[in-house]
Design a protein around this ligand. Structure first.
Ligand code: ADP
Ligand code: MG
Length: 403
């Protein structure tokens, strides 16, 4: 690297330590803009960060106009080469700042395709991808046509949320309009779509100069909405490599990332395979590392740390060669559950395949790894069963992110 570039990372939530560490290791100067409300709690890798700045926030949401002024003030004395949003909710802010300061990277139009569920649906449809029937919650005549044409239940979802937050299932027109009326002036920030029952998959990808350099396809044990609404143990595991299922998802993922125009970065993209017609439907995409410890899952299976790779490719900036090579091609499964116990003891889960354990109050989480697909499936199924008995607790679905 000729001169040390300066990266401004935006993190309204505490995320991406490995990004910060790797970027520092690569010689970058790192500035971090994060939420004031996290100041006392967050455990940032301070040794990797040159300066931390705090944005006053309302429940971790920053005011865009204030943020633009604050970062412009910072830019009087700092030359910012790159802007990287570490959390999904920081993407729009990063795009607005890039446009304002004229910093290269994903701008507002492209960012919409990776954040706004209506924009990504419309773009996917236009590019010939299979999507669940949908309509914007905007024009009542069009909504009524949709409700008359598409059988219930319907999924009413916020365009700009994540983690199944704020998603409602409506089983009748009356229930649907009650939800919509309650939304008042927020209605246009929602879309409604056909409920497609089936397995939910995710593909986690690294893209450099529009080329997919790395992609791993996995299937959730239960659809994330079922886990967040009804409770239960969250699991996900890699698909069998070379299987028809894996190959078809990787192909669909390629189409999605091309349709949305990702140039470089990481993506977590989701699909549903319909139980009714067997077809794969595009669910959603994003320009970030998957949450819920999926990065740890991918690293267990392949040795590739998505956060660290993201730092490397951002710093290569399309000007230098970048490549990524898995250290291994094994299988891995992830399990997470709320626990009744404050500090659950998982020492009885002692198979040698356990490679990661979560340490968080009132949570259990484990990752198992094996060269054998079948072994991971067996272990995950038996652990999920045991966790249900030993630890599981439930809580109502969230409309707001947890701390
Ligand atoms: N059209 C749909 N049909 C069936 N299930 C859906 C549909 N849309 C969303 N879901 C369920 O809701 C979950 C969250 O929806 P998603 O669009 O992925 O938003 P989020 O950003 O909150 O993850 C999905 O994982 C799936 O379980
Ligand atoms: Mg999702």
């Amino acid at each position: 690297m000729c001169s040390a570039p300066t990266i401004l990372c935006l993190a309204s939530y505490e995320k991406g330590h490995d990004f910060l560490r790797e970027a520092k290791r690569q010689g970058a100067r790192l500035l971090l803009l994060t939420s004031l409300s996290l100041k006392e709690k967050a455990r940032w890798p301070k040794e990797s960060i040159d300066e931390i700045f705090y944005m006053p926030d309302d429940d971790k949401r920053w005011n865009q106009a204030d943020t633009i002024r604050a970062v412009s003030y910072l830019a009087r004395t700092q030359f910012i080469d790159l802007l990287v949003p570490l959390d999904d909710f920081d993407l729009e802010m990063a795009a607005a700042l890039r446009e304002h300061l004229r910093i290269p990277g994903m701008g507002q139009t492209t960012t919409r395709y990776f954040r706004d569920k209506l924009a990504m649906r419309m773009q996917a449809l236009e590019k010939g991808l299979n999507v669940p029937d949908f309509v914007h919650v905007l024009n009542y005549r069009k909504i009524q046509e949709f409700l008359d044409r598409v059988p219930p239940p319907w999924v009413l979802k916020p365009r700009l949320s994540a983690g199944a937050m704020g998603i409602k299932l409506a089983h009748s027109q009356e229930e649907f309009w009650n939800f919509v009326n309650r939304l008042g002036d927020e209605q246009s920030y929602y879309l409604v779509e056909r409920y497609v029952p089936g397995d939910v998959y995710h593909v986690d990808t690294i893209v450099y100069e529009r080329e997919i350099l790395f992609a791993v396809a996995s299937r959730y044990g239960h659809p994330p909405l079922d886990v967040s609404h009804k409770g239960g143990v969250f699991t996900t595991s890699l698909l069998e490599r070379g299987s028809e299922e894996e190959q078809s998802l990787l192909a669909k993922n390629r189409m999605v990332l091309q349709a949305m125009g990702m140039v470089r970065g990481v993506s977590h993209t989701e699909f549903i395979r319909s139980r009714h017609d067997g077809r794969v439907y595009f669910l959603e995409t994003s320009a970030r590392v998957g949450g819920a410890h999926i990065a740890e899952l991918i690293e267990a299976a392949t040795g590739v740390n998505l956060w660290a790779e993201w730092a490397k490719l951002e710093l290569a900036r399309g000007k230098q060669p970048y490549s990524v090579k898995p250290l291994r091609e094994e299988y891995a499964g992830l399990l997470v559950s709320l626990a009744r116990q404050e500090h659950p003891d998982t020492s009885a889960y002692d198979d040698p395949e356990v490679v990661w354990r979560m340490s968080k109050r009132h949570h259990v989480g484990m990752i198992v790894r094996s060269p054998s697909y079948a072994r991971v499936q067996d272990l995950l199924a038996s652990y999920a069963q045991r966790v249900r008995v030993d630890f599981m607790a439930t809580q109502p679905p969230r409309d707001r992110p947890a701390d």
